[in-house]
Design a protein around this ligand. Structure first.
Ligand code: XBP
Ligand code: MG
Length: 254
């Protein structure tokens, strides 16, 4: 099966958004709402096991805030708090606060030039994706045929839903796609949807279990910035960074 499409995760894969982006935005929202909650770098690393911002806030309330006076409409309260967080996050992105990870723009450009189809499969809120693609990625939003994001599916990662949704919209079989992810939950989601997956991990996810990934790298790399590849097969063929040729070889070897 030829490789026809690349399906990209967003947070942690396109950009390191979590520690200095989402975490800061949550804390700003908590302060604005008069809450004394502080999601430190290490606490946030633990909370990342719960995907989705609203789900993460609920989990935090349930596990770490025994004295919190729950409002009668807790779901509505969390949704409002999360809206404030989204405003802070998108403002931070528009201020240029989040840079693309190494090699991502180059790979997107190569894939686009070669006529591959591109899509996004993410847990994050659609506004966050738009803000990121239109600022940190120089306005490439319309390069993506489908942007599957947030509450558009009933079950967030690690469920397969968001990948299945995107491929159904594109009329594509998983055998013709390759996913790029950064985390255990993301990998479970793409694999459950039957998609071969490359992992580009980051500081929060470096110790995750990536069993089942086709290739694991510390970042995609650049011609002058080699990446570290964890791969036991031969298709890497001396490559020092991830380019489209390598992805095609990986895909052909599966
Ligand atoms: C990342 C997430 C998201 C973000 C916050 O998932 O779990 O919840 O941390 O985004 P992915 P929201 O890597 O699959 O994008 O607050 O908008 O939910
Ligand atoms: Mg991710």
């Amino acid at each position: 099966m030829p490789l026809e499409a690349l399906l990209f995760d967003v947070d942690g894969t396109l950009a390191d958004t979590e520690r200095d982006g989402h975490r800061i935005a949550y804390n700003a929202a908590f302060a604005e709402a008069g809450l004394d909650w502080d999601w430190t770098v290490s606490l946030y690393g633990e909370l990342l096991a719960i995907t989705g911002g609203k789900e993460r806030i609920l989990h935090y309330i349930e596990t770490q805030c025994p004295n919190f006076q729950r409002p009668p409409d807790l779901k509505g309260y969390i949704a409002d708090l999360h809206d404030i967080k989204t405003r802070h996050f998108t403002q931070l992105v528009h201020r240029g606060g989040i840079a693309a990870r190494p090699g991502v723009k180059r790979l997107l450009f190569e894939a686009r030039q070669a006529g591959l189809r591109l899509a996004i499969a993410t847990t994050t809120t659609p506004e966050n994706v738009q803000a990121l693609l239109n600022t940190s990625f120089d306005g490439v939003e319309d390069w993506f045929e489908v942007i599957g994001a947030g509450d558009v599916v009933p079950n967030k990662k690690p469920a397969a839903d968001i990948y299945s949704y995107v491929m159904e919209k594109m009329g594509l079989h998983p055998d013709r796609c390759l996913a790029l992810e950064d985390s255990f939950n993301g990998l479970q989601s793409s694999l459950a949807a039957g998609v071969q997956t490359l992992i580009s991990y980051n500081a929060y996810t470096q110790d995750h279990d990536f069993s089942g990934a086709a290739l694991v790298v510390d970042h995609l790399g650049e011609p002058d910035m080699p990446c570290q590849m964890t791969y036991t097969g031969t298709v890497s063929n001396g490559a020092t960074y991830v380019d489209l040729e390598l992805l095609k070889r990986l895909h052909g070897a599966q």
